[in-house]
Structure formats: structure tokens, C-alpha cells
Design a binder for this molecule. Structure first.
Ligand code: CA
Length: 184
């Protein structure tokens, strides 16, 4: 069994959870001009439904929502479910303790209101560029999978630690599966 999963070009999807209609409209307009496909929720119940049924590239979470909930709780729930989609928190509260709260529970960035759309856009691009957010090319053979960009090997999902030489040899053999390779 031999499969290579190359980097896929796909539609980038963003979820905005924001209850201030005017601000939300401005952000959604900016995002669609930037080429993002957007979904919008104004409360945590809708936000959780969207998150559970979609695969977003970025989630933007306002902290104080119309239903009295805090965006932080949505982020916590995502991380508890092992959903590692990058999260940017938005808030009028931008005290240091609030920032720390947000980052502590697994948010990736924190933006205080008011902000320019250009700044939000720059933060989004930084998160999308982050290497751990991209799936590199993978090669698998039976239970063994190699991530070529990270040079990591897993056996049934468990990390396998190999020396540089062993790794290179395994990579070479897997890339050349079915081909007779010289002893060298
Ligand atoms: Ca709000």
C-alpha cells in the first residue's frame, strides 16, 4: 500500500464569532475581499455547532457574547476535543491578565478592540503560515507513516525515533517502494 498525500490547494475557511453586527459586517466584508470563505455566529451555541460540523482554518472568537458567554469557553471546549484549529481572541478587555487567560487556555493570538482590519488580517496570515498548521507530504506503508516535511516517522500513530541515517534509509526505501534499489 503506497500513498502520497501532497499539499492540497483548498478553500480557506474562517469562522467569526462576534455579536456586534456592525463590527462583524466589517470583518466579514474584509475577509471575503481577502478570498476567505466565512461563516458567522453571534452566540456560543451556534459557534459550537459550526465548529463541530466544519473544518475551519481559523476561528476568530469575541470574548463577550450576546448570550452572556465568553469566547474563552468556546476555545476551551475546542481544545478539550483536541481541535487545534488556530484561534484569535477579540476583546474590548485587553488587560494583561485577560491576554494571559486567553493564551493559557490555548488561543493562538489575542487582539484588543478597537483594531484595524489590516492588523487582524496580518495576524491571520501569520497563523496560516505557521509550519505546524500545514500538513506536509505524507508517505505511508502499512502502519508506518513518514511526514517528509517534518522528517517524523510514526508506527500506528506512535512516534518512532530514528537516527538521521536510519531515517534517510527508511525514507529512501519508502519513496522507492516496488523499485529495486542498489545496496549503496
Ligand atoms: Ca461582544
Amino acid at each position: 500500500m503506497f500513498s502520497v498525500l501532497p499539499l492540497q490547494s483548498k478553500v480557506m475557511k474562517i469562522l467569526l464569532v462576534e455579536d456586534e453586527q456592525k463590527l462583524a459586517r466589517a470583518i466579514l466584508t474584509g475577509l471575503s475581499i481577502e478570498g476567505w470563505v466565512t461563516e458567522h455566529a453571534t452566540n456560543s451555541q451556534d459557534a459550537r455547532l459550526f465548529i463541530d460540523h466544519n473544518d475551519f482554518d481559523i476561528v476568530i472568537l469575541d470574548r463577550m457574547l450576546e448570550d452572556g458567554t465568553d469566547g474563552i469557553d468556546i476555545c476551551k471546549a475546542m481544545r478539550a476535543k483536541n481541535n487545534m484549529t488556530p484561534v484569535i481572541m477579540l476583546t474590548a478587555r485587553n488587560e494583561i491578565s485577560d491576554r494571559v487567560d486567553g493564551l493559557d487556555i490555548g488561543a493562538d493570538d489575542y487582539l484588543g478592540k478597537p483594531f484595524d482590519f489590516a492588523e487582524l488580517n496580518a495576524r491571520i496570515r501569520a497563523l496560516v503560515r505557521r509550519p505546524n498548521n500545514s500538513v506536509g507530504p505524507l508517505i505511508s506503508h502499512g502502519p508506518i507513516t513518514i511526514d517528509l516535511s517534518k522528517k517524523e516517522v510514526t508506527n500506528n500513530g506512535d512516534p518512532v525515533s530514528l537516527s538521521k541515517k536510519e531515517y534517510s534509509l527508511l525514507e529512501y526505501l519508502l519513496i522507492n517502494q516496488g523499485v529495486t534499489v542498489s545496496k549503496d
